[in-house]
Structure formats: C-alpha cells, structure tokens
Write a protein that binds this ligand. Structure first.
Ligand code: ATP
Length: 207
C-alpha cells in the first residue's frame, strides 16, 4: 500500500511530517509520497517557488525510510489537479492500494476540487482528524463508501473513505511565514535544515 500526501508545503513543517510518519506506521505502508503542488488551483499562489518548496521537502525528509518526495506535479506543470496526480500514480502502480491523505480542513473543500468524484476511482481517501472528531453525517455519495475499519482498505485498490485520528500539532505554514516576516524564530515548528534553507534564500521576509 502506498500513501500520498499532497500540499503546498510553503514551507513543510512538523504538522505535515509527523502526520506522514504516523500514517505510514498506522497503515503499514511501504511508502508515503509527499507531493508538492506546482500551481495550487484552489488558493493563493505560494510565496516560495515550486523548486524551492521541493528542495525544502527534500531537506526535511533527509532520507527518512519510507518517506519519498515526489516531483510529478512540477514535472507536469500547469494547475496541479489531484485527480491528474492520482491517475499518473495509478498508471505507475497498477495493482497497489493507494491511500490519499488529506487534513479535515481540506476535506471541507473537497467537493470544490476538479473532478473530485473521480479521485475514488484511483485511491481511497483517508481524512486525518483530531482525536475525538465526530464524523458529520455523510451524504449519499460518501456514506456508501465509508469504511468502518482500516483493515478494509487493503482489500481493494481504491474507492472508500476512512477517518483516521492523528496526533494534532497546531502548526500552519501561514503562521510560520508570518513569524519569519516579523523576525520571530520558527524554531521547533519545522526542521532546522529547512530553517537554514529559508535563511539562505531569504524567503518569507515580508507578509
Ligand atoms: P497554509 O498555512 O499555507 O495553508 P498548511 O500548513 O495548511 O499551509 P498545506 O501545504 O496547505 O499546509 O497542507 C498540506 C496538507 O497537510 C493538507 O491536507 C493539510 O490539511 C495538511 N496539514 C497542514 N497542516 C497540518 C498539521 N498541522 N497537521 C496535520 N495535517 C496538516
């Protein structure tokens, strides 16, 4: 089973990294692919270039076993639609179960994603929630797809939705960028190697 964790990663921080590692272990995944978007279709353009965001991810992961930085959205260019990314992963891994991880904030907006229903043809969706999160009433699209146990997911390659509580770290890239612009230290919110990169490249100096 392969995990997929997409994001802007502007910059990557311990909220992303801890979640990626936790789900790798919880679901017994062979690998989790962290995929920086080239051009986010649903939000403001990132402050750092796609190449810089990719390099920050590489610095952050630093050969952690099972975590892989995947540059396919940069290689494709244009707007980064997750449905295209999953299609290309499915072509590469034709037999594997694919798990797409998203935060519960991203899940709130899922139905605005380009061809969002098609995501389920390629992968299972795993929504990362706070411990104690109550699953809201799901509509007639999601309800029949709800898996009750994570062991169900490995039985099919795609098509289900599952809610997985993970340790919550209240860290956001926006807060980190703001801190840097205010000349406050972001230390202990993201890896030192990423902080060094930000300093070298003089990123996020203004709000
Ligand atoms: P920004 O503040 O710029 O919006 P962000 O910190 O939310 O950025 P993204 O790169 O937009 O980070 O998020 C990528 C994915 O990681 C999304 O699915 C998001 O829900 C999830 N995520 C972001 N922050 C956390 C966190 N602290 N813990 C767990 N998941 C997170």
């Amino acid at each position: 089973m392969i995990g997929i964790f997409g994001g802007t990663f502007d910059p990557v921080h311990y909220g992303h990294l801890r979640s990626a590692l936790e789900v790798k272990e919880l679901f017994g995944l062979d690998e989790v692919r962290l995929i920086p978007c080239y051009q986010p279709p649903h939000r403001d353009q990132p402050k750092a270039s796609a190449t810089m965001r990719l390099q920050m991810l590489q610095q952050a992961i630093n050969h952690e076993p099972g975590l892989i930085v995947d540059s396919r959205e940069l290689d494709r260019a244009g707007p980064s639609y997750m449905v295209d990314t999953l299609k290309s992963l499915r072509e590469e891994f034709s037999e594997q179960t694919l798990l797409l991880f998203i935060g519960s904030d991203a899940f709130e907006n899922l139905t605005r994603w380009h061809r969002w229903q098609q995501l389920f043809a390629y992968a299972h969706l795993v929504v990362l929630t706070r411990p104690g999160y109550a699953i809201k009433t799901l509509d007639s699209f999601f309800n029949p797809r709800l898996a009750n146990a994570k062991t169900e997911l490995s039985k099919t390659p795609a098509g289900s939705i599952f809610f997985q509580p993970v340790t919550q770290l209240d860290i956001s890239a926006t807060a980190i960028r703001n801190m840097i612009a205010l000349k406050q230290s972001p230390r202990f919110l993201l890896p030192d190697a990423v902080i060094e990169y930000i300093q070298q490249q003089q990123l996020y100096q203004t709000q």
